[in-house]
Design a protein around this ligand. Structure first.
Ligand code: GLN
Length: 234
């Protein structure tokens, strides 16, 4: 079995659960809704859902989960979607004082609600590297999404691997010009999905679609290889 935990304090955890039930990974996928350190202890990997990152962090602190979560991501894969991506980032711009704790784990700097208030939510077709049937675009749903501002020198020895960028022509005007010509396709602000070693970060919400390829990707590309590697060294 592969036991996937979904942090179930606030936000879109039930939607993730439905998606993982559809994944066929040749191993039975068992879902644990994580609300306590004991729940977390049963998991091979964790998803931190979208929602409100300050609320999730506050509830995690009240549940005594902050320290166990920080320990967990040192050895086990974590996937953060939207608010979860904020919590996985090493640094958050405009973090509310005292209200925003991050777990870190992925060496990026991110901005909350980075698309600005005029374009709080939008949808865009995404090309994602490594996804099954990768010529079929993934429907990206962005809801008050964070924006990656910077990819920082790795905090771990695992390099950052960008797996999806939004076309710069689809960026809302409120994001501002990317560079002087407004055409730089390598600008970090176009990054919407990335990996760092076993961890996965998406600024949008794959769990709000009916397309479970991202959930399959996490299990097959991030979780199973990590489990195999730790079994080999155990
Ligand atoms: N804007 C939210 C935050 O800052 C994230 C939104 C989401 O998860 N859809 O936490």
């Amino acid at each position: 079995d592969v036991t996937i935990g979904i942090l179930a304090l606030q936000g879109a955890f039930a939607e993730h659960q439905v998606m993982f039930q559809k994944v066929n990974a040749r191993r039975r996928v068992v879902i644990v809704l994580v609300r306590t350190p004991e729940d977390l202890g049963r998991c091979d990997a964790l998803v931190i859902p979208g929602g409100e990152s300050t609320t999730i962090a506050l509830l995690a602190r009240l549940a005594g989960l902050l320290e166990p979560l920080a320990q967990f991501l040192k050895s086990k894969p974590v996937w953060g979607t939207c608010a979860g991506a904020i919590l996985l980032s090493a640094e958050v711009e405009n973090a509310k004082k005292g209200g925003q704790e991050v777990l870190g784990g992925v060496s990026v700097k991110i901005a909350r609600n980075g698309w600005g208030s005029q374009v709080e939510s939008f949808e865009a077709p995404l090309e994602v590297e490594g996804l099954r049937e990768s010529n079929r675009p993934f429907h990206g749903i962005f809801i008050r999404a964070p924006v990656v501002l910077d990819v920082m020198p790795a905090l771990t020895d695992a390099p950052i691997q960008v797996i999806s960028r939004i076309s710069s022509s689809l960026l809302p005007a409120s994001v501002g010009p990317l560079d002087e010509d407004d055409t730089d396709p390598r600008d970090p602000r176009t990054i919407v999905a990335l990996r760092q070693g076993k961890h996965l970060l998406t600024t949008f919400h794959p769990e709000l679609t009916k397309d479970y390829r991202f959930h399959e990707y996490f299990v097959v590309e991030c979780v199973l290889p990590t489990m195999a590697a730790s079994a080999a060294t155990a």
